[in-house]
Design a protein around this ligand. Structure first.
Ligand code: SF4
Length: 425
């Protein structure tokens, strides 16, 4: 048996499981234990063929290898020349890197925004403003007897959520595990999540609001007149509303699609207000990508008392919903620095077309469609494997990431790269 590293934290998703065991042999990963299929990818990526191992610069239309020192200097030169630089990404970087990024954006009077802000960030801001509780995962394990999965499928996105915290484990007041809990799924399609759910509400696309309004109505003691709402029979809606009313402690997990419109968001807030008034304890947990998305919002709040994003061209800095997209549409960005994100893969095509006019500097550990179109690429370590740091779990619990392996020669962490940009500019 090789060298065993225990209590390693996985950065495969925002659950940040801290019970991973990694077996090392001759400075390489031999095997991993406890990690799910998604997290396994984080460890496998160390040696996979798309790993970036040298800084790149586009010269005569082709990306060519350059030294780390030249990549840092080129980036500084471009930042100094830019009138409207913009820093984007951050959901998959450590808190230490996020703090350096915020300082850098401030120094260059730039915009800064997190890749998950148009979904989770904006939802969290509104939930926080209304004092709606984001429960700790350990509290869910010990006490939650109702689990409502709305437009999300943790069996694909947060694979160990059900076994570690939400459905199967036995907690202090849920000592029979799954038998002490009721799971309900609301989705536009059947997923693996529906196998675990007592009620499966397969709604029509875009009908979330109608269903949530019907539930609010019943919980308020009003009657439903329609036979079917959002494709769901009235009897089923009454049954779900009664399960909610009888819950001791419920949790609403929801995906990043739900809160895309303010109308949906307002209904969600009204749902929490209604259950609160009726004395029903229900918390909210958004399930989104990026292992440290909430860390960005916390760090920005600490630094400039803004939660979503910051425009350092204004003094004091201001925040704007959908900041990146709005700035792109208004032609306000002349240099984009992407850290730990792949906007070309994740944003709509009509937005990506706007990137064509702007030089991009990308800081990442792997090749992505965004690195492919970038002017400068600076490779990084894989956090939680080749570099340490701090990340915030989806319930805001700070988790320390360990370094268990030396990175490839000449490869630095996001934090070190951003610090070099900060100190040398
Ligand atoms: S659930 Fe998330 S954090 Fe846990 S092992 Fe899987 S990918 Fe990693």
């Amino acid at each position: 048996m090789g060298d065993l590293q225990s209590n390693v934290v996985c950065t495969g998703c925002s659950l940040l499981c801290d019970d991973i065991v990694v077996e090392l042999e001759n400075g390489k990963i031999k095997t991993t234990h406890h990690v799910c299929a998604r997290g396994y990818g984080r460890y496998y990526q160390i040696a996979f063929k798309y790993r970036l191992l040298s800084p790149l610069k586009r010269i005569n239309g082709k990306q060519q290898e350059i030294s780390y020192e030249d990549a840092i200097q080129e980036t500084i030169d471009l930042l100094k020349k830019a009138k409207n630089p913009f820093f984007y990404g951050w959901a998959s970087t450590t808190s230490e890197a996020q703090q350096k990024g915020i300082q850098l954006a401030q120094k260059f009077k730039a915009g800064i925004d997190c890749a998950t802000n148009s979904t989770t960030g904006i939802v969290l801001q509104q939930l926080n403003a209304k004092n709606i509780q984001i429960p700790q995962l350990e509290d869910i394990k010990d006490n939650a007897d109702l689990l409502l999965f709305w437009g999300c499928n943790p069996t694909a996105s947060h694979i160990r959520l059900l076994s570690k915290f939400a459905l199967l484990p036995r907690g202090a007041n849920t000592d029979r595990g799954i038998e002490d809990r009721v799971a309900i799924s609301v989705d536009i399609r059947k997923t693996d999540m529906t196998k675990f759910s007592e009620e499966i509400l397969q709604i029509e696309p875009g009908e979330d609001k109608a269903l949530l309004e019907a539930l609010i109505q019943i919980i308020q003691g009003k009657s439903l007149t329609e036979d079917i709402i959002a494709n769901i029979p009235r009897k089923t809606i009454y049954n779900v509303a009664n399960i909610i009313k009888e819950a001791n402690f419920g949790v609403l997990f929801f995906g990043n699609g739900y809160a895309k419109t303010q109308e949906n968001m307002d209904t969600l807030l009204r749902f929490f207000e209604t259950v609160n008034q009726k004395g029903i304890k229900i918390g909210a947990v958004p399930l989104d990508g990026g292992y440290n998305a909430v860390g960005f919002n916390l760090n920005l709040k600490k630094h400039v008392n803004l939660e979503l994003n910051a425009d350092f061209q204004s003094s004091p800095p201001t925040q704007t919903p959908n900041f990146l997209i709005e700035s792109l549409k208004q032609d306000k960005i002349d240099l984009l620095v992407v850290v730990g994100a792949d906007p070309i893969s994740n944003l709509p095509f009509h937005v990506c077309k706007l990137f064509a006019k702007i030089p991009i500097i990308c800081i990442d550990y792997q090749q992505t469609p965004t690195t492919k179109v970038s002017h400068i690429v600076i490779p990084t370590t894989i956090p939680g494997v080749e570099s340490a740091g701090t990340a915030y779990r989806l319930d805001y619990k700070p988790i320390t990431l360990k370094k268990i392996l030396e990175p490839p020669e000449g490869i630095y962490s996001d934090e070190e790269i951003l610090n070099a940009l900060l100190e040398q500019s």
